[in-house]
Ligand binder design. Structure first.
Ligand code: GDP
Length: 334
């Protein structure tokens, strides 16, 4: 057969290939150059440790200038949306991470519809993306869509509260909800287990759609499948946060010091913190982004287009009827 066109430095074993096997490398290089973005929202009543957990997750102090309002200020408090952006780099890979905080949620005396500002914020990001996509500069769209919402559930109640149910139901079609049980160090192991079962039952009972982990491919190895199952069985993740570095027996870690002992945030026997961080950062970040783009944003986009076409139809109908209207009025009077 005719010899393939070869460059001088091509090794002998490459001569059978045309070269498209390098496509993953090309894609890799291009995306790495562009950098990655990821947006997480935290929601749930205040005081559950949202800011502490975010600081623990990303080993930063994002909340230095924060001022917590007093009870009087909270009576009529409305929900604010606060955006923090940090750029992190790991092994040459750049990630622009945005945290959307929702202080004030559930703080007022009357919390009816207090999730509305959160819902509106998510919609506004979709709207902006939709506008950018139909605009001139499609190449450099900044993706500010919310890819994941960590919903904090109190460890002190008996499962979900009405506000939790209403808020999650309002957001379920717009964002990937990942429920977490906050301050898990305040519960015993048996209590954590029971609380998780109860919350999972209630999520099912109320028909709340939370983020579903994708099915594991059948050709994955056993170890991967086991890890995947552990992840799925851990929902809602029981988490612990801490702003303090503890030193004990020669090693430093994020932890909480109590008179009766030490809580290590990253110890799998103490909390699901590591599971959550690995899920968000290592294993499921791309899937969270894909589901946002392919399901939540697509729903929004379809709705927009439907609204646009139905308003066009009304316009078309009125423009058709307008010339004959005088005729109708004529018949009406005589
Ligand atoms: P946010 O209002 O939800 O952002 O809550 P903060 O992060 O400000 O935390 C409120 C209080 O709870 C602070 O005193 C924290 O030190 C404490 N806290 C935060 N995380 C935990 C946790 O995992 N366990 C316990 N026991 N306390 C926590």
């Amino acid at each position: 057969s005719a010899p393939l066109l070869r460059y001088k430095d091509e090794s002998d074993q490459d001569k059978e290939y045309v070269g498209f096997a390098t496509l993953p490398n090309q894609v890799h290089r291009k995306t790495v150059k562009k950098g990655f973005t990821f947006t997480i929202m935290v929601a749930g009543v205040s005081g559950l440790g949202k800011s502490t957990l975010i600081n623990t997750l990303f080993l930063t102090d994002l909340y230095k200038d924060r001022k917590v309002p007093n009870a009087q200020e909270q009576i009529n408090q409305t929900v604010n949306i606060v955006k923090h952006t940090i750029s992190i780099e790991e092994k040459g890979i750049k990630l622009r991470l945005t945290i959307i905080d929702t202080p004030g949620f559930g703080d007022a005396v009357d919390n009816t519809e207090s999730w509305k500002p959160i819902e509106d914020y998510i919609d506004q990001q979709f709207e902006q993306y939709f506008r950018d996509e139909s605009g001139l500069n499609r190449r450099n769209i900044q993706d500010n869509r919310v890819h994941c919402c960590l919903y904090f559930i109190s460890p002190f109640g008996h499962g979900l509260r009405p506000l939790d149910v209403a808020c999650m139901k309002a957001l379920q079609e717009k964002v990937n909800i990942v429920p977490v049980v906050a301050k898990a160090d305040s519960l015993t192991q048996a209590e954590v287990y029971r609380k998780k079962m109860k919350i999972r039952e209630e999520i099912k009972q109320y028909g709340i759609n939370i983020y579903q982990f994708p099915e594991c491919d059948s050709d994955e190895d056993e170890d991967f499948k086991n890890q995947d199952q552990i992840l799925k069985d851990s929902i809602p993740f029981a988490v612990i946060g801490s702003n303090v570095q503890v030193e004990s027996e020669g090693h430093k870690f994020r932890g909480r010091v109590y008179p009766w002992g030490l809580v290590e945030v990253e110890n799998p026997a103490h909390s699901d913190f590591l599971l959550l961080r690995n899920m968000l950062m290592r294993t499921h970040m791309q899937d969270l982004k894909d589901v946002t783009g392919e399901t939540h944003y697509e729903n929004y986009r379809a709705q927009c287009i439907q609204n646009m076409t139905s308003s066009n139809q009304i316009e078309a109908l009125t423009s058709m009827l307008l010339p004959v209207l005088p005729l109708f009025t004529f018949f009406f009077f005589f």
